[in-house]
Ligand binder design. Structure first.
Ligand code: 6PG
Length: 252
């Protein structure tokens, strides 16, 4: 049994409060990173939960607190669709945040899913290596300042789905994966890259997530059934932001 350090769990009354707490953390982490390293690197989660956070960050209350010219946005994962497709994680982030702030185009490092999953993964890994190695010649894993993650009801996160080969990937930074249950390909950061992050923030809301939250956080270690359990940052901080509804079964 891997002795897991108890992750920090913060329970917020509702989705809006969760988004606000996450926005405050984003701004604080951005200030710290920009102050110490001159830049802030963040990998965005897809799905619906983070949309409220992105929309809040785009509001003047938060947008005016960040020097967006120092922020570099990356995708944590992407669907195998073009960037204007309704399912595109990039499209959601662009509409909710990226199109509303003054972030320079070169600072938005999009996964070019329209190339097809394998080429997109290969190209994105090159982009990451060029970016992170240009700052530190000896880097063997990129260390994002912040990686945002969501949790699927099957225990997946990013596009790390149960019983997929990508869960065993130890060398590549980005992988293409065929997700049987969805009948589609995805492109995703791999487990070693996520675990190399300086900060991981989980964004989980809704009563439909209560069972999986309890299973992942309180249940037995079954990381291949529950890929979220593979997320154990080597040196970084990890915090679970849950709304009341998603946390309701934690102490059952
Ligand atoms: C994606 C996400 C995925 C998401 C979970 C939770 O591409 O869909 O990266 O891992 O975070 O499926 O999604 P919700 O936040 O919409 O419940």
């Amino acid at each position: 049994m891997i002795s897991k350090p108890n992750p920090t769990i913060v329970i917020l009354p509702d989705r809006a409060a969760l988004a606000r707490d996450a926005a405050r953390r984003f701004v604080t982490l951005a200030h710290t990173a920009i102050e110490s390293r001159g830049r802030f690197t963040v990998a965005l989660s897809g799905g619906s939960t983070p949309r409220d956070l992105y929309a809040l960050l785009a509001m003047p209350e938060f947008a005016t607190q960040v020097d967006w010219t120092r922020v570099h946005f990356f995708g944590g994962d992407e669907r195998a669709v073009p960037p204007d497709h309704p399912d595109s994680n990039y499209r959601m982030a662009r509409e909710a945040l990226l199109s509303k702030i003054s972030v320079p185009d070169p600072n938005v490092h999009r996964i070019h899913a329209e190339l097809g999953p394998d080429d997109a993964a290969r190209e994105y890994e090159i982009e990451l290596r060029n970016f992170f190695q240009s700052q530190d010649t000896q880097v063997n894993l990129p260390s994002f300042d912040l990686i945002l993650l969501g949790l699927g009801t099957d225990g997946h996160t990013a596009s790390l789905f149960p019983h997929t080969r990508v869960l065993d990937e130890t060398e590549r930074w980005v992988a293409a994966v065929y997700v049987e249950k969805l009948g589609t390909h995805r492109i995703t950061l791999t487990v070693p890259v996520i675990n190399a992050a300086k900060n991981i923030v989980w964004l989980v809301a809704g009563a439909d997530k209560a069972d999986i939250v309890r299973t992942v956080l309180r249940g037995a270690d079954r990381p291949d059934d529950l890929p979220a359990q593979h997320i154990q940052p080597v040196n970084g901080n990890i915090v679970w932001l849950l709304d009341q509804a998603a946390s309701i079964k934690l102490n059952e």
